[in-house]
Design a protein around this ligand. Structure first.
Ligand SMILES: C[S@@+](CC[C@H](N)C(=O)[O-])C[C@H]1O[C@@H](n2cnc3c(N)ncnc32)[C@H](O)[C@@H]1O
Length: 314
């Protein structure tokens, strides 16, 4: 087994591409906003790539789907020292997006808007509780003081402000050379600030896994100066052409790697609409639909819906 400290290795073994069985129980339970492929990726990264001696950080834990798999991988890592933890940050209150409805439809029909759901996280992660440390609270108030980390899993950058917190308070802790960043909202046009940020920072990363469900996996290959992290977080005041340049840089990186760019094309459409060019935005979505069709429901269940929601903005 190769590990993070094996200098010969620059990328992790991509076991998740062939074998996602480890994530099936999580998928079957249905208490997760996570696909089997990205779930399996988290397990294998924690088992086969993480040092087992440095912490890992998860931003956005919800009911514990991703944490249960990352924690299991850490516990199965033969180098795990029993002390390094997966640190899970979440407010654990159903007050954002469709969380309360998700819980009502899958777990508890009486679940209330705003209610605490940490008991559900605790239940799903019970078997790996000794590998997890929970940080409950608003991420806007959170920070990290636990030293260098092996993995930063981001499933919380749902606003430009939250994205800036991940960039300025957590990303600086990622180990240079071996540290891995997973952003779970990448193949989704709803959060274009993620793409302008990663486009700006693309020269600091190597693309490891272009797409596992909605996630992208990047390896940090050089230190990022604090001013670059601050600049990367700009979104609301970013000039339209600079926003598009950043996303185009990302697009080039993906294309060089023959990666799926369909959702990044929708991000480009959103930026065109934001810049006041609704006709160009609609044309970009139409072109993407013509190229990719309606999408395979197995791999791209949300594709057509996401196209429609971008068209609706125009
Ligand atoms: C998409 S869910 C995470 C899904 C999870 N990774 C899984 O495997 O199912 C996003 C999470 O971010 C949390 N969140 C959103 N905004 C937050 C904030 N400001 N502070 C703390 N947590 C927040 C929500 O409570 C929610 O649990």
């Amino acid at each position: 087994m190769q590990t993070i400290d094996d200098v010969q290795m620059t990328t992790p073994p991509m076991t998740w591409r062939e074998d996602q069985r480890v994530a099936w129980p999580m998928k079957k339970l249905g208490h997760a906003q996570l696909g089997a492929r990205e779930g399996a990726m988290l397990y294998y990264l924690a088992r086969d790539w993480a040092s087992g001696a440095r912490p890992m950080v998860e931003l956005g834990s919800f009911l514990g789907g991703s944490a249960s798999l990352t924690g299991a991988g850490l516990k199965d890592n033969p180098l795990w020292d029993g002390k390094a933890k997966l640190h899970c940050f979440d407010i654990f209150e159903a007050k954002f997006g469709n969380m309360a409805e998700f819980i009502r439809s899958r777990v508890d029909p009486d679940f209330q808007e705003g209610q605490n759901f940490q008991y559900l996280f605790d239940a799903q992660t019970a078997e790996v509780a000794d590998a997890i440390e929970v940080h409950r609270g608003d991420l806007m108030e959170a920070s990290w003081g636990g030293g260098e980390i092996d993995l930063l899993f981001v499933d919380i950058a749902k606003t430009p402000d939250l994205n800036r917190i991940t960039l300025t308070r957590f990303l600086p802790a990622l180990s240079v050379g071996t540290g891995l960043l997973v952003n779970q909202d990448f193949h989704n046009p709803d959060n274009p600030w993620i793409h302008t940020s990663l486009g700006f920072l693309s020269g600091y990363f190597e693309l490891v896994e272009p797409r596992a469900d909605d996630s992208i996996l990047l390896r940090l290959v050089r230190p990022i100066p604090p001013e670059a992290l601050r600049e990367a977080g700009r979104f609301e005041d970013l000039p339209d052409d600079e926003a598009m340049n950043r996303v185009n840089r990302l697009m080039s990186l993906l294309r060089q790697n023959d990666a799926d760019t369909r959702y990044v094309e929708l991000v480009r459409a959103r930026l065109q609409i934001k810049a006041g060019n609704a006709a160009a935005g609609r044309a970009t979505v139409d072109a993407a639909l013509a190229r990719y069709g309606e999408g395979d429901p197995k791999t791209d269940f949300f594709w057509k819906r996401r196209c429609d929601s971008v068209q609706a903005l125009a």
